[in-house]
Design a protein around this ligand. Structure first.
Ligand code: DHK
Length: 149
């Protein structure tokens, strides 16, 4: 057990393929590399990090529902479900936790179907276009949200 704020960093479909997946768009780091970076940033920011990934919409919904009981904030890169999932939107809305929306790529420079997000309106804010560094930026922002001033 720890009394540090506990942050869920949740990754959606195809993010398990980072490193081999369209590296010109998503970069060369693997998800394991990004997890390691998040653990290091978490240590520095005094956050406990629970880093997860699923390719399944229902599993993501179940993880988000449970986060309500045992986490203090959610950083989510929902992958393609960002643009399609009312279910993930609804599960984030019911958590009452601060949510930060994250994308590696700048979705607004890409296809128009990536311009709409079902997550933005239940998030405190969104970070996109900074590659893997976006995870570190999101954790810094989350540390401010969950740490008493
Ligand atoms: C990741 C995905 O898998 C895409 O479906 C999104 C996002 C963008 C990202 O940039 O991290 O459109």
């Amino acid at each position: 057990m720890t009394d540090r704020p506990d942050i869920l960093v949740l990754n959606g479909p195809n993010l398990n393929m980072l490193g081999v997946r369209e590296p010109t768009i998503y970069g060369h780091l693997t998800l394991a590399d990004i997890e390691e970076m998040c653990m290091e940033r978490g240590e520095a920011l005094n956050l406990a990090i629970d880093f997860r990934q699923s390719n399944f919409e229902g599993e993501l919904v179940s993880i988000i529902q449970k986060a309500r009981d045992d986490h203090d904030g959610i950083v989510i890169n929902a992958g393609a479900y960002t643009h399609t999932s009312v279910a993930i939107h609804d599960s984030l809305a019911l958590t009452d936790l601060p949510v930060i929306e994250l994308h590696l790529s700048n979705v607004f420079k890409r296809e128009s179907f990536r311009h709409h997000s079902y997550i933005s309106d239940v998030a405190v804010g969104s970070i996109c276009g900074f590659g893997a560094k976006g995870y570190a930026l999101a954790l810094e922002a989350m540390a401010d949200l969950v740490t008493d001033a």
